[in-house]
Design a protein around this ligand. Structure first.
Ligand code: GLV
Ligand code: MN
Ligand code: MN
Length: 410
């Protein structure tokens, strides 16, 4: 193992993978994802970790204790994900994986000897960009989604999760709750780029997570009657685009008046003829709120308004929830321990931030103590090619993570 590989070297080696002119496209079980997985395998092995793939396709790199790989109990696990949203930025996910590998290297250079096994992970399909369910790899491991349901999820071209996984040489039969692996873990720490802009005004390079807002995804299907754009009179139309457009505005009002968030970020107009009234609109609502009641009231309000607009236009409506993530409060004892480590490390009084973004650490929080470390994002922009973190802050994040791992595992 060469000790001189820095955060920058690791970061730069991952950067070209899945990059397009409009942003990152690293979707699960695609060629770009396979290159990300090869990257993980190569760099985890080069950091002296023994690499394995779990039954759900998540990647693991183990730094075992002197007792060897047969004694993987009370492990301290860190990592994040390598997949991206459509046209995403480079940091959301990869920063946590690269920082974890860099932290392991730093600890080795310092001569740390773990008394608890340490593992670096990369969870699959965190963004749900291909198969629709966010945090799928951690949800499968934690038993938060049924294995058959996951196997049957399909992408926009009708390829199922099971087929796509098999095409990548992995067996979907093993998918599902993995109590044996969860039982190996004492704690999971996810380092992540900040999504929002709380740290910059405070002048802090890193922060800790308090909790995650409950959130979910709902599919809205508006069914209309296709017709000629040049001959069908307005009064004779059943135009699903109009019902959808009014619903998108209503979502903003319903969420806005409660202090929640609601977004239609993916819309398919079928068949998509410039000179035709559409036959259907398929639209996906992402809604998030500070508590479950506010979330449920927001979505109920949007559904109610949508039904009214559909009635007005003679359009049918079908609404289905596709994904749900309950409210998360991260383990306060673990967070206090991390805050104390960071204070000793010179970070001062580390800010503790709530977030509306979903994370694998949030899913695993239902099964074991988890915590999150945020690295300052100077613009706050995320899920966009404009997502950023300064190199010096990323390096500070690596040092902070190494100090935490050292405290928990050495
Ligand atoms: C993931 O980043 C999510 O919050 O959807
Ligand atoms: Mn994300
Ligand atoms: Mn993420």
């Amino acid at each position: 193992m060469s000790a001189s590989v820095s955060f920058a070297d690791l970061w730069e080696s991952l950067l070209p993978i899945g990059k397009t002119d409009t942003g990152y496209r690293r979707y699960t079980w695609t060629a770009a994802d396979m290159r990300c997985r090869e990257w993980f395998t190569t760099h985890a092995a080069a950091a002296g970790l023994s690499v394995q793939t779990d039954r759900n396709g998540n990647l693991w790199g183990w730094w075992d204790t002197a007792a060897g790989p047969g004694r993987r109990h009370h492990a301290v696990v860190t990592g994040s994900h390598l997949d991206s949203v459509p046209d995403g930025g480079p940091f959301d996910g990869p920063l946590g994986v690269v920082s974890a590998l860099a932290a392991v290297r730093l600890m080795r250079e310092r001569g740390c000897v773990p008394t608890h096994p340490i593992a670096v992970t990369a969870f699959i399909e965190e963004e749900g960009a291909r198969f629709g369910i966010a945090c799928l790899g951690s949800k499968l491991m934690a038993g938060a989604i049924d294995a058959d349901a996951a196997r049957g999820l399909s992408d926009d071209r009708g390829i199922t999760f099971a087929q796509a996984m098999e095409e990548c040489g992995l067996d979907p039969e093993g998918l599902g709750r993995d109590d044996e692996r969860l039982g190996m873990m004492d704690a999971f720490i996810e380092l992540h780029v900040e999504q929002g802009r709380a740290l910059a005004p405070l002048g802090c390079a890193v922060g800790l997570a308090e909790g995650i807002w409950p959130h979910g995804r709902w599919r809205f299907d508006f069914g209309g009657r296709p017709d000629h754009a040049g001959t069908a009179r307005f009064d004779d139309r059943n135009d699903p685009v109009l019902a959808f457009a009014q619903t998108a505005l209503a979502a903003r009002v319903q969420a806005g008046e409660r202090g929640a968030l609601a977004t239609f970020g993916k819309v398919n107009v079928v068949p998509g003829a410039v000179n035709g009234v559409a036959a259907a609109v398929h639209a996906w609502l992402d809604a998030r709120a500070a508590d479950e009641k506010m979330l449920s009231e927001t979505v109920t309000g949007v559904r109610y308004d949508a039904q009214g607009f559909c009635d007005e236009h003679g359009v049918s409506l079908d609404v289905r929830q596709e994904s749900a993530t309950p409210v998360v409060s991260f383990d306060s004892e673990l967070r206090e321990r991390l805050a104390a480590v960071l204070e000793r490390h010179g970070q001062g009084d580390v800010p503790v931030l709530p977030t509306g973004a979903g994370h694998d650490a949030g899913v695993l929080a239902a099964r074991l103590p988890t915590a999150m470390l945020f690295v300052r994002n100077p613009t706050g922009v995320s899920h966009s090619p404009a997502e950023r973190a300064e190199r010096a802050d990323c390096e500070e994040g690596v040092r902070a993570l190494a100090a935490i791992l050292e405290d928990l595992a050495c």
